[in-house]
Design a protein around this ligand. Structure first.
Ligand code: PLP
Length: 373
C-alpha cells in the first residue's frame, strides 16, 4: 500500500467530537449509507438553515436556493405553458423582468394588477393559476391583504398557487402561510444574512405536493444553496431576532426624523396592523422635494454612514436610487408608469447609533440644498 493511497483515504475519526455547532459539510458527495445523497439534492447545513427559517415562520417545509431570484425562478417552474399568472404592479425590478421573460417563453398570460386596492383584488381572473406579490412592496411599501387575495382566488380555483415574497417583512413581522399563501419566499441575501456577505433564497410551504415539486425541481436544475452559504446563513440567523428588533426601532425613529425635514416631500412607511404585518424594520423610501430631484448623486456621495450600491438589509446603513439601481432593468416607460422617478430614494437603516445617522442625513440634505440655491 503506498503512502499516497493511504494519504488519500485518511480521515480523522470525528464520531466523538460532539461540536457545539454543526460543522460545515463542505462536500459534494456522501457515502451510500448516508441519509444525504449528493449536495445538489440536500446537505446537513442546507437542511439546518431550512429548518431554522421554517421554524421562525411556522412553516412545515423550507427549500433553500442559491439566491432569492432562483427561489422565484423555481417557483415559476411550477407553472405549465399557457398558464395564467397575476403579479402586483409594484415589485422588485428583477422579479418583474423574470416574470415578463418567463411569460413570453412559456406563453403565459401575464396580468399586472394593483393588488393593494380592493378593486385590484376584484379584478383577479377566476381561472388564475398563480398569483405572486411582495408585501410590503418594493418600492413604495404598499401592503397587500394576503387573506383577501387568497380567499378571492381560491374561491374559484382552489388549486391556484398564492406566492408571497416575504423578504422585506421577514418572519419577525409577517407569516404569509398563516394568512392563506401557499408559498412564502425570501431573498436570504437580505435580513437572513444581514451582513452583506452571502447570497441565498428560500421558499416555505405547508403543502406536501408543492414541497416535493420544489425539491425535485431544485435537484434537476441544480439551484440549491451551497453548504458554505448555508453555514454562514445559519450562523447569521442566531442574531436575526435581535437585529430585527433594533432595525425596527431605528427605522421608526428615523422615519419620524426624515418626515419632518423640509427637503423631503413624502416618506413611505408601510401600514402595520395586528393581524398581518405586525411590525416593520429596516427600509423606507422618500421623495426628494422637486427642486432637489436631480441631486441624488451628490446626496449619496456626501453621506458618510450610508453605503451605496444594490445591497441592503444589513448591519450597516445603505442609500440607493431605485431608478438607477433596483429597478434599472425596467424601461423608462415602465418606471414612469410605476412612479419610479429620480427623486425617489431608498434608505436602509443599519445598527448604527440613530443620532449619527440623523446628523449624517441632515448634513447631506443641507449640502444639496446649498448646491442648488
Ligand atoms: N425579492 C425581493 C423583494 C428583493 O428585494 C430581492 C433583491 O433585492 C430579491 C427578491 C432577489 O434576491 P437575490 O438578490 O438574493 O437574488
Amino acid at each position: 500500500m503506498s503512502a499516497n493511497t493511504e494519504a488519500l483515504h485518511l480521515r480523522v475519526d470525528n464520531r466523538d467530537a460532539l461540536p457545539v455547532v454543526t460543522p460545515l459539510y463542505q462536500c459534494s458527495a456522501f457515502t451510500s449509507d448516508s441519509p444525504f445523497f449528493y449536495s445538489r439534492k440536500g446537505n446537513p447545513n442546507v437542511s439546518e438553515f431550512e429548518q431554522v427559517v421554517a421554524k421562525l415562520e411556522n412553516a412545515k417545509y423550507g427549500v433553500a436556493y442559491a439566491t432569492g431570484m432562483s427561489a422565484i425562478y423555481m417557483t415559476l417552474e411550477l407553472l405549465a405553458p399557457g398558464a395564467k399568472l397575476v403579479i402586483n404592479k409594484d415589485i422588485y425590478g428583477c422579479s418583474y423582468k423574470l416574470f415578463q421573460r418567463t411569460a413570453s417563453r412559456l406563453d403565459l398570460t401575464l396580468l399586472i394588477l394593483d393588488l393593494s386596492t380592493k378593486s385590484g383584488i376584484r379584478q383577479i381572473p377566476r381561472d388564475t393559476d398563480m398569483i405572486a406579490f411582495e408585501t410590503p412592496t418594493n418600492p413604495f411599501l404598499k401592503t397587500i391583504d394576503i387573506t383577501a387575495v387568497a380567499n378571492h382566488v381560491k374561491s374559484t380555483n382552489p388549486r391556484a398557487i398564492v406566492v408571497v415574497d416575504n423578504t422585506w417583512a421577514t418572519p419577525a413581522f409577517q407569516h404569509p402561510l398563516e394568512c392563506g399563501a401557499d408559498i412564502s419566499l425570501h431573498s436570504a441575501t437580505k435580513y437572513f444574512s444581514g451582513h452583506s456577505d452571502v447570497m441565498g433564497g428560500v421558499a416555505l410551504t405547508n403543502n406536501d405536493l408543492l414541497h416535493n415539486r420544489l425539491v425535485d425541481g431544485r435537484f434537476y436544475a441544480g439551484t440549491i444553496l451551497t453548504p458554505h452559504s448555508a453555514w454562514l446563513l445559519r450562523r447569521s440567523m442566531q442574531t436575526f431576532n435581535v437585529r430585527m428588533k433594533q432595525h425596527s426601532m431605528t427605522t421608526l425613529e428615523m422615519a419620524d426624523f426624515v418626515r419632518a425635514l423640509p427637503h423631503v416631500k413624502h416618506v413611505y412607511y408601510p401600514s402595520v396592523d395586528p393581524t398581518q404585518l405586525t411590525g416593520y424594520g429596516g427600509i423606507i423610501f422618500l421623495d426628494l422635494q422637486d427642486d432637489l430631484v436631480e441631486s441624488y448623486s451628490e446626496f449619496a456621495r456626501t453621506l458618510r454612514w450610508f453605503d451605496t450600491g444594490t445591497g441592503m438589509a444589513c448591519v450597516t446603513s445603505m442609500v440607493a436610487q431605485p431608478y438607477s439601481g433596483s429597478h434599472a432593468s425596467m424601461t423608462d416607460e415602465e418606471k414612469a408608469s410605476s412612479g419610479i422617478g429620480k427623486g425617489l430614494v431608498r434608505l436602509c437603516f443599519g445598527l448604527e447609533d440613530p443620532q449619527d445617522l440623523k446628523s449624517d442625513l441632515l448634513n447631506a440634505f443641507r449640502t444639496i440644498e446649498n448646491l442648488h440655491h
